[in-house]
Design a protein around this ligand. Structure first.
Ligand code: HEC
Ligand code: HEC
Length: 286
């Protein structure tokens, strides 16, 4: 991957406009999201202090059409819920040489309420920042003696969807200080680095141009509180790192691998840009 000059956010609107024909500005709408008539989702709040160029943060839901938004109002209409149910079965099924299921040690999946909101998170024993996927595979390998799951594979994304579903409504609150700080800095650096032939950083699109239309798509702030996302485009659940990969590819750059230290760091940084928004996943996007 070619790493080019780090740019200040706000400097490259012209580049994006020129290369990708950014059209009329239409900011986030002012709809409210309440799921199943009871889970209130914060889709807009003041940006956390560590975010320099944005005053208000918005969930990607606020940039979707009314038709797409409607899928999330009731779980019966949210196509993701089929896979959440499958993950619930897996949660309760023993697997691996230790003869244990997730439930053997963690009780019901609802015992995980709040966990999604604080990941990626520093793990003291391992001495690393862990994503949920890394933690799940650690439990599978070392506690269950079961095979690990592919990082963005079906079983993994389903389980992450279940863990997100039981945290819905809880504010994202990842820690970025202490031992997590160097990982966070690395993620921030990646966020502001221009990649690929188009020489675009995440910030050029999701910080400088959110609200604008780009190739018939309404650009959001690229928040990850809604992950995993069911996309109408590919009719499946999409993991965070798969989305990162797609966005980097769109700049015509070689991308980092899902689960790589670079994407783990980027996930921590992007998650921290959403501190204060509710966990909303599994969500529906186009
Ligand atoms: C044999 C017991 C055992 C089994 C089985 C097990 N885990 Fe764990 N799990 C643990 C322990 C112990 C921890 C705390 C480890 C740590 O903090 O390093 C943990 C931590 C976690 C966490 C992080 C919780 C937090 O608050 O940060 C998640 C998520 C998790 N497990 C998911 C799963 C899933 C999903 C499965 C099934 C695929 C599973 N675990 C199976 C013992 C188990
Ligand atoms: C060329 C512009 C462009 C660049 C550069 C770009 N993205 Fe995106 N991204 C998009 C578009 C278009 C979408 C789909 C509409 C939306 O949700 O913003 C999107 C969607 C996303 C989403 C899904 C948001 C949601 O609510 O579902 C995330 C997360 C994301 N991008 C992260 C990133 C990250 C991290 C980077 C840098 C590695 C990046 N993007 C670089 C254009 C871009």
């Amino acid at each position: 991957m070619t790493r080019q000059t780090r740019v200040r956010a706000g400097a490259a609107i012209g580049v994006v406009a020129g290369v990708l024909a950014v059209a009329a500005h239409a900011g986030p709408d002012d709809d409210d999201l309440v799921i199943n008539g009871e889970i209130e989702i914060v889709t807009e709040t003041a940006a956390p202090e560590h975010i320099e160029h944005v005053g208000t943060i918005y969930s990607g839901w606020r940039f979707r059409s009314d038709e797409t938004q409607a899928f999330q109002v009731d779980d019966f209409d949210n196509p993701s819920m089929i896979w959440v149910e499958q993950a619930e079965e897996v949660w309760n099924t023993a697997e691996g040489a230790a003869g244990k299921s997730c439930a053997s040690c963690h009780d019901g999946s609802d015992s995980m309420a709040g966990v999604r909101a604080v990941y990626p998170k520093w793990n003291e024993d391992a001495g690393e920042v862990r994503t949920l996927e890394m933690q799940i595979n650690d439990c599978r390998e070392n506690r269950m003696q079961a095979e690990t799951w592919k990082y963005t594979g079906g079983e993994m994304v389903n389980m992450v969807a279940l863990l997100s579903a039981v945290s819905r409504g809880i504010p994202v609150n990842v820690a970025i200080d202490g031992p997590a700080q160097s990982t966070w800095e690395m993620g921030k650096d990646i966020y502001y680095t221009r990649y690929g032939q188009l020489e675009l950083s995440c910030a050029n699109c999701h910080e400088d141009n959110y609200g604008n239309m780009i190739r018939a798509d309404h650009l959001s702030q690229g928040q990850i509180n809604g992950f995993p996302t069911y996309r109408l485009k590919n009719t499946k659940l999409n993991a965070v790192h798969a989305r990162f990969k797609g966005c980097v590819r769109d700049t015509r750059a070689e991308t980092f691998a899902p689960g790589s230290p670079e994407f783990v760091a980027l996930e921590l940084y992007v998650a921290s840009r959403g501190n204060g928004l509710s966990v909303e996943g599994p969500s529906v996007r186009n």
